[in-house]
Design a protein around this ligand. Structure first.
Ligand SMILES: O=c1[nH]c(=O)c2[nH]c(=O)[nH]c2[nH]1
Length: 273
């Protein structure tokens, strides 16, 4: 016999752009919003009774309608949406809202530039009708140190070819998610402080491994933002290998590198208070 287990449904990746045109110097907010609702949804799966279903199309429309009032902080926008679906519709007991915000750089009063592969701000809202949990973070934040990075002293076996190095490029694309202790705080300030801590820790740490850098980033975020209870980091090691120029009769004292695409080391961890 089959039995329906956990399930959720919603509109994924609603792309909403909200302009502010109150002055000739326009503002732009560019979001990708994914909603997942759960609750009393057994009948729709077992018998096709849709009477408990808030259509995903309605969810999408709600995102656009709520954006009309303005997108202040991604976290508060997500909280508004999560609370709306759970508080307005009896069969809906839980909402999960993921928000990505793309960073546009201003290049004029009404002109903006967005680098491909640029950094994205993220937020996640969970709401069960009682407690709202908020986490935030960023992804694809590219960072590179051109020195102050070593990797030595590791296990060597018959398959080890990696030479020890006292001076290498350390580069990564940071994905970080941190959890807030409260659903009511200045998320914009907290984000800016956490982001600043990530960058400062990466830049300031004399790195003996990317693992050590990960811990120092986590530690710095916790000390910079008191409202953060834990930080999870996913750090691809974007290897830069010194290219062998000796076949061409040239030396290469750490000047020319092969920026390898794949494979990459992937260093992940959570740092808590
Ligand atoms: O910082 C590093 N950590 C590792 O675990 C590792 N493994 C590797 O081959 N290079 C690196 N670099």
């Amino acid at each position: 016999m089959a039995r329906l287990d956990v399930n959720q449904y919603g509109k994924a990746e609603t792309r909403v752009v909200r302009l502010c045109r109150d002055t000739p110097r326009h503002e732009i907010r560019d979001l990708n919003v994914s909603i997942a609702l759960s609750g009393d949804l057994t009948d729709v799966h077992l018998s096709g009774d849709n009477s408990h279903v808030v259509p995903t199309d309605t969810q999408k429309n709600t995102v656009y309608a709520f954006a009309r009032a303005g997108i202040d902080q991604v976290e508060t926008f997500g909280l508004r949406l999560a609370r709306h679906f759970v508080d307005e519709f009896d069969p809906i007991h839980g909402a999960s809202v993921d928000l990505d915000e793309y960073a546009w750089q201003r290049v004029g009063d009404h002109s903006f530039s967005r680098g491909s592969g640029g950094e994205t701000r993220t937020a996640h809202i969970g709401y069960d009708g009682d407690v709202a949990t908020v986490s935030a973070g960023l992804k694809d934040l590219l960072l590179l140190n051109s020195t102050d990075s070593e990797f030595t002293g590791y296990i060597k076996d018959r398959y080890t070819t990696l030479p020890e190095t006292k001076d290498r490029i350390l580069a990564t694309a940071v994905s970080a998610t941190w959890v807030y202790a409260s659903d009511d705080l200045d998320f914009t300030r907290a984000f800016a402080d956490a982001r600043g801590a990530v960058i400062a820790a990466f830049a300031d740490t004399y790195s003996l491994s990317l693992q050590q850098t990960l811990y120092s980033i986590g530690e710095r975020v916790l000390s910079a933002v008191p409202e953060v209870t834990e930080v999870s980091l996913s750090l691809p090691n974007k290897h830069h290998f010194v290219y062998d120029l000796s076949p061409f009769g040239l030396d290469n004292p750490g000047l020319v590198f092969n920026a390898a695409d794949r494979p990459y080391g992937l260093i992940e961890g959570t740092v808590k208070r």
